[in-house]
Design a protein around this ligand. Structure first.
Ligand code: CTP
Ligand code: MG
Length: 242
């Protein structure tokens, strides 16, 4: 029997949010953003343990209730998101056997419904290369040159926006991500490291509410989703929660 673990990169500085407090600690719907994110993962009993990667200067983590959960461990993040994820994977690789799985989920996505997490887990388990949540592009997508002129219009029917969580065999992801970083690849999600290593990654349609809080305007959107989820969990996803 294999176990499922999680890594939450939370060591960013939130440059685009431009707030004094790093965005993962900004209050949303009455709690720190990171608290919502950790709770969403811990709500899933399949998650055996979770590593949060924190900035070395972080002094706010102790204020979070979820950090006291016995399933939660901490590690020190790195300069880039991929370095922080790798730090978490390295910590888990020491305690997790070869056939275990890992979810990687951005601290900055606090509105993940547990039903979507469960759908991802169910699909990923059947795929050697793992699976990710993603959304089909609804906008028309332009490729633009450095002068701000349209080069071409891409066929959006084949384009998806990757979300997290993303789920993979733990040791395969650790090896793929370590190799990609070593080779200087610009890695912005875990699937791209697996793709580089030759794996086929499955896509599971994720919910629109699973936004990445990036700029100040995203805070009120996340607040609205979280408030709606608290009031009626099935309204936001349009699905009946099991
Ligand atoms: N992250 C991390 N370590 C880094 C950079 C980012 O753990 N060195 C984490 C962030 O805390 C966030 C997730 O990776 O939860 C996604 O990154 P992003 O949304 O880009 O957050 P920031 O890097 O903090 O924001 P910005 O890019 O605006 O500075
Ligand atoms: Mg960033």
């Amino acid at each position: 029997m294999s176990s499922l673990w999680a890594v939450v990169p939370a060591a960013g500085s939130g440059r685009r949010m431009a707030s004094e407090v790093p965005k993962q600690y900004l209050p949303v719907a009455g709690e720190a953003l990171l608290e919502h994110t950790l709770r969403a993962l811990l709500a899933c009993p399949d998650v055996r343990g979770l590593v949060v990667a924190l900035d070395p200067s972080d002094r706010r983590a102790d204020t979070l209730t979820s950090l006291a959960d016995p399933r939660v461990m901490r590690t020190t993040g790195g300069a880039e998101r991929a370095d922080s994820v790798l730090a978490g994977l390295n910590a888990l690789a020491e305690i997790a056997p070869g056939n275990d799985w890992v979810l990687v989920h951005d601290a900055a996505r606090p509105c993940l419904p547990v039903a979507d997490l469960k759908r991802l887990i169910d699909t990923a388990k059947g795929h050697e290369g793992g699976a990710i949540l993603a959304q089909p592009c609804s906008d028309t997508i332009k490729q633009v040159d450095e002068q701000g002129r349209v080069i071409t219009t891409l066929d959006r029917s084949t384009l998806w926006r990757a979300q997290t969580p993303q789920m993979f065999p733990l040791h395969a992801l650790r090896d793929a991500l370590a190799a990609a970083i070593e080779e200087g690849a610009h890695i912005t999600d875990e699937a791209s490291a697996m793709e580089r290593a030759g794996y086929s990654v499955a896509v599971v349609e994720g919910p629109a509410c699973n936004i990445k809080v990036t700029v100040p305007a995203d805070l009120s959107i996340a607040e609205a989703y979280l408030t709606a989820q608290k009031a009626a969990p099935s309204v936001v996803t349009g699905k009946i929660e099991s």
